[in-house]
Design a protein around this ligand. Structure first.
Ligand SMILES: Cc1ncc(COP(=O)(O)O)c(C=O)c1O
Length: 213
């Protein structure tokens, strides 16, 4: 897990680390928060919206292939309302067409698909620890999750002014580091995430909606 200043930065850094840029297209569910689209816009890529599945409100795998073009580079599933997307179908479409998958896991920390945690399927994935999220910090906070050493190194560099070694700046980076105070706060709350999630799951849907506001 590589910490970033917020969830939008985590998604932006993920796309930068993958080298996504102008001329590229990114498939995004039409039902998401603006941050998913902004991440695509920030790197100069074109967000291509796909209508969600009517039952889950998440990205509908059946509608993905019809919008794939020779410019498509990434599929960004967004696990909304703590509910995992159909990752098996999404991953097989991505594999078939040679596309990256970057999950937006801002609303689903602790959710699973087929026993595997969301945020662990894509080549790299962004999440948010905004105070209202499942795992909320004391202020803005976010992170990228990846199994790729190369992407991890790139993200660490990009979030720190493009620098690995002090005063050596190899790429045009950003100031997107996470405040230590947020990290300290999160590391305590993380211990309770699964327990609190189980408690929330027992609540009626109306109460959950009010809690999320
Ligand atoms: C689905 C989704 N993606 C991305 C974000 C962006 O996170 P942040 O507000 O930490 O930048 C949010 C929350 O705000 C979100 O709900």
């Amino acid at each position: 897990m590589y910490r970033s200043y917020n969830g939008l930065d985590a998604l932006h850094l993920s796309l930068r680390a993958l080298g996504i840029g102008p001329g590229d297209e990114i498939i995004i569910p039409a039902n998401t928060y603006i941050a998913t689209l902004l991440a695509a816009s920030y790197v100069g890529a074109k967000p291509v919206l796909v209508e969600p599945n009517r039952d889950t409100y998440n990205l509908d795998p059946l509608r993905i292939e019809s919008v794939i073009t020779d410019r498509t580079r990434v599929i960004m599933p967004v696990h909304l309302y703590g509910q995992a997307c159909e990752m098996d179908n999404i991953l097989s479409i991505a594999q078939k067409h040679g596309l990256h998958v970057v999950e937006d896991n801002a609303q689903a920390q602790g959710a699973t698909f087929g026993g595997k945690l969301t945020g662990s399927f894509g080549i790299c994935n962004g999440t948010s620890f905004y105070p209202g999220k499942n795992l909320g910090a004391f202020g803005d906070a976010g992170a990228v999750t990846t199994d790729s050493r190369e992407i991890a190194e790139s993200i660490r560099r990009l979030r720190n002014y493009g620098s690995e070694k002090k005063y050596y700046h190899e790429v045009v980076g950003y100031n997107m580091r996470l405040d230590e105070i947020q990290a300290a706060f999160l590391s305590v709350k993380l211990r309770y995430l699964m327990e609190w999630t189980r408690e929330k799951q027992k609540l009626p849907p109306g109460i959950m909606r009010n809690l999320q506001r």
